[in-house]
Design a binder for this molecule. Structure first.
Ligand SMILES: Cc1cc2nc3c(=O)[nH]c(=O)nc-3n(C[C@H](O)[C@H](O)[C@H](O)COP(=O)(O)OP(=O)(O)OC[C@H]3O[C@@H](n4cnc5c(N)ncnc54)[C@H](O)[C@@H]3O)c2cc1C
Length: 416
């Protein structure tokens, strides 16, 4: 949609082919329906948040950066607000307002949108080039799934990645790229929940934990020597969620970026009380036990932990649940402190594309001209958005990649 707006704004006659029956189905579910439309980090910090191929994005980003995106939406009737973590949302908290802004602008510029039109391939004409092994390739249009061929001077492929395929992004664009002679890197689900071996996670299904820290470490294989002080793959603070298969939530999704694709034994360590030192937590537990000295141990943690978590922690602590609070020993207390500040979870895998926020990998950016988004070697073929091998952490960065690359591809396509 942004590519169409940029191209039409530059004077081109534009048609959008959308396989679904409405625009922006993925956009609709972004940011839990609120759409974290971009980020308000200073432009010079933007690239630190890009996980793959940040340099490829320089031209696209500086041509239409996060300030420009905010100005676009605000000047087209969609006021925005900034929240913690430099996240930018529509003031209305409705992703539908972002979609409405884009569709209204497309309409104003005369963009034709054809719903229910699945593109089956890009029609490329090959003619002899200057040398035999370098034929001249030029886009002539698109072939639709119903067999029709639609003529075009340029085609911008914005088919998205392979994640959340129910929204329409089933990875068709990768095939279009390969058919045009481009290479496509291996794809894997990223920003994705984690599967955990410990079956007590399922008991806690639905329980969110706020203000916890999470660390992700590689576990040495049996027999493999533990290198001294290995740095964690990820460390972060925030919110997570227990699920029937393991863990999810913003903190876990961010951590998953550090182990995509998954291929080695990993462990998560949770600090449930990061604001307290072990000594402070010990003193706090001692006070709780003293205040509840006549109760059984299992009934003493209500001020410290969410109710759902208490039976699990009691079990993992190894302390007799029936023991009177007054009889809990100093060693038992210390072990409880260690447990709360270092709760270990064994990661057995990542969830699949169905649940991944983004796809890591995609059209190899070495085959794309970063100053235009045009495929090298094929005149008139452009790529933008998640179909490319670029991705970022959460916080509005992935949509900013789509806006920036879409805008550049649209302008370039119109200029042909
Ligand atoms: C649950 C969820 C929440 C997210 N939240 C955020 C967030 O808050 N902030 C953020 O920055 N990012 C977020 N993302 C990531 C972000 O939504 C994507 O990176 C972004 O939508 C990619 O844009 P795109 O235009 O490249 O692809 P998409 O948005 O996937 O759009 C691709 C479109 O192409 C259509 N299409 C595909 N193949 C064909 C074909 N052959 N013919 C015709 N049409 C076709 C599809 O139907 C689809 O409409 C979220 C993702 C998910 C899944």
């Amino acid at each position: 949609m942004m590519a169409a707006i940029a191209a039409a704004g530059a004077g081109a006659a534009v048609t959008v082919y959308e396989r679904g029956d409405r625009p922006g189905r993925k956009l609709f579910i972004t940011g839990k329906g609120r759409c974290n439309v971009t980020t308000s980090v200073p432009a010079e910090d933007f690239f630190e948040h890009i996980s793959c191929n940040p340099r490829f994005l320089y031209s696209a980003f500086y041509g239409f950066d996060n300030q420009a995106v905010q100005a676009f939406f605000e000047s087209h009737g969609c006021p925005l607000k900034r929240e913690h973590g430099e996240r930018v949302f529509p003031v209305s908290d409705h992703s539908s307002d972002v979609i409405r802004t884009l569709t209204a602008e497309m309409e104003r510029l005369g963009v034709r949108v054809r719903f229910g039109s699945r593109v089956a391939g890009v029609f490329i004409e090959t003619s002899p080039g200057e040398t035999e092994d370098m034929p001249h390739r030029c886009v002539r249009g698109v072939r639709l799934a119903d067999g029709h061929v639609e003529a075009a001077d340029a085609v911008v492929v914005c088919t998205g990645g392979a994640s959340y395929p129910a929204t329409g992004s089933t990875g068709d664009g990768y095939r279009f790229a390969e058919e045009a002679g481009l290479s496509v890197t291996g794809r894997s689900p990223a920003l994705v929940p984690m599967e955990i071996a410990e079956d007590w996670c399922a008991e806690l299904q639905g329980l969110p934990l706020r203000n916890v820290t999470l660390r992700l470490d590689v576990v040495p294989e049996p027999g493999q020597k533990q290198r001294k002080k290995r740095r964690p793959l990820y460390e972060g603070f925030g919110e997570m969620l227990f699920t029937h298969f393991g863990v999810s939530g913003p903190l876990v999704l961010s951590a998953s970026c550090a182990c995509t694709p998954f291929g080695q034994p990993l462990a998560l360590t949770l600090d449930l009380k990061p604001a307290l030192t072990p000594e402070q937590l010990d003193a706090r537990i001692l006070r709780d036990l003293e205040e509840r000295h006549n109760k059984n141990f299992k009934n003493t943690l209500d001020a410290l932990l969410p109710a759902k978590m208490i039976p699990v922690i009691v079990r993992l602590s190894g302390i007799d649940p029936q023991k009177r609070a007054a009889e809990v020993t100093r060693e038992e207390r210390r072990a409880l402190v260690d447990l709360l500040k270092g709760l270990r979870l064994t990661v057995t895998g990542l969830r699949g594309f169905e649940e991944a926020i983004i796809t890591r990998g995609g059209v190899d950016v070495r085959g794309i001209d970063p100053s235009t988004m045009q495929a090298k070697g094929t005149e008139g073929l452009f790529f933008a958005g998640e179909v490319l091998d670029v991705d970022a952490v959460t916080g509005g960065f992935n949509l900013q990649i789509a806006w920036s690359t879409g805008h550049l591809a649209g302008i370039s396509a119109a200029g042909r």
